[in-house]
Design a binder for this molecule. Structure first.
Ligand code: SAH
Length: 291
């Protein structure tokens, strides 16, 4: 046996010579395998220890490495906005890691209000500059070192702080959450902490729109990180209904060049569970159940 055989490389190579699947076939096989719970665990393990520090995020903004930013309103938000608003007016939206998402202005222009949290001050300043909005800066007494940037109409407030320092005492609870580039951006080891923070920020009529990504984690180390649908159920499913609204091919030129074979973007609607008797399970768990 030569050294190549010792590493176990020769057989798969021979098999590939006989049948070389197309990228589409590879993706289908991967997706089928991905449906198995044990494979989810294996795939999650690939990125489990990856940590991106707050300083690294700020550095990205300083160096303008913000490929995640989109200059137009998010299509999936546009497509699903009716389900999120659900007939209400003046809904209070929470944007967990907001960057300078133009969706904040879009929602404010529709008469809703927005509270965002972002660690990079440059992102906040650019948001107001790009949108020609004047703003005022105030300290946040309950979060040492934090500042809040509010537009004149006070329909958009962006907190400059670490998300995990934010809590429901600062701005109360929210009627809606738009989570794009947020659950997929936080460090995988923090997902439970993140979910419990977001659950604590949800009002009883909250509608939480969440965008997640599926791809082969062997091809990209993240962020954005891969989040399987099963994990969303595990994080939110005990007190919320989780519905998959959309599943679209998100493999654009940028991701193709980064070496990905496929990328699927899933959009979920998460809302407090109503039990068969019509009781809001969320409300019962939060206020009535003994802990
Ligand atoms: N949601 C935005 C930004 C996504 S990128 C969009 O769709 O464009 C993730 C953003 O979260 C970055 O701007 C980064 O600076 C910020 N961020 C990362 N970790 C954070 C944390 N712990 N607290 C606050 N902001 C954070």
């Amino acid at each position: 046996m030569n050294s190549t055989q010792k590493r176990g490389c020769s057989k798969p190579r021979a098999a590939l010579e006989v049948f070389t699947p197309s990228r589409y076939q590879q993706s289908v096989v991967f997706l089928c395998l991905f449906a198995s719970p044990s494979l989810h665990a294996v795939m999650l393990a690939v990125q489990a220890d990856r940590v991106v520090s707050l300083a690294e995020w700020e550095e990205r903004w300083q160096q303008n490495r913000i490929g995640f930013h989109r200059p137009h309103v998010n299509k999936l938000l546009e497509r699903n906005i009716k389900q999120v608003v659900n007939g209400r007016t003046g809904v209070r939206f929470f944007f967990p890691l907001c960057g300078k998402a133009v969706d904040m202005k879009w929602l404010a222009d529709m008469g809703h209000s927005v509270v965002g949290v972002e660690i990079a001050e440059k992102a906040i300043l650019q948001f107001y500059e790009d949108n020609n909005m004047s703003y005022a800066v105030e300290p946040v007494p309950s979060i040492p070192g934090a500042k809040v940037y509010k537009n004149v109409e006070k329909s958009i407030s962006i907190y400059h702080c670490d998300l995990y320092k934010f809590n429901s005492c600062v701005e109360g609870q929210f009627g809606a959450i738009w989570d794009r580039g947020s659950l997929v951006a936080i460090n995988p080891e923090d997902r439970e902490k993140y979910a419990s923070l977001l659950l604590s920020l949800m009002a009883e009529d909250c509608r939480y729109l969440l965008s997640t990504l599926l791809y082969n984690p062997e091809q990209h180390k993240g962020p954005p990180f891969l989040v399987p649908n099963e994990q969303i159920l595990a994080l939110f499913g005990s007190s919320c209904d989780v519905q998959l609204l959309d599943s679209v091919d998100a493999l654009d030129q940028r991701w193709r060049e980064a070496g990905l074979d496929f990328m699927t973007e899933n959009t979920h609607l998460i809302a407090p569970k109503i039990d068969k008797k019509g009781f809001n399970v969320f409300f019962i768990e939060r206020y009535i159940s003994p802990s």
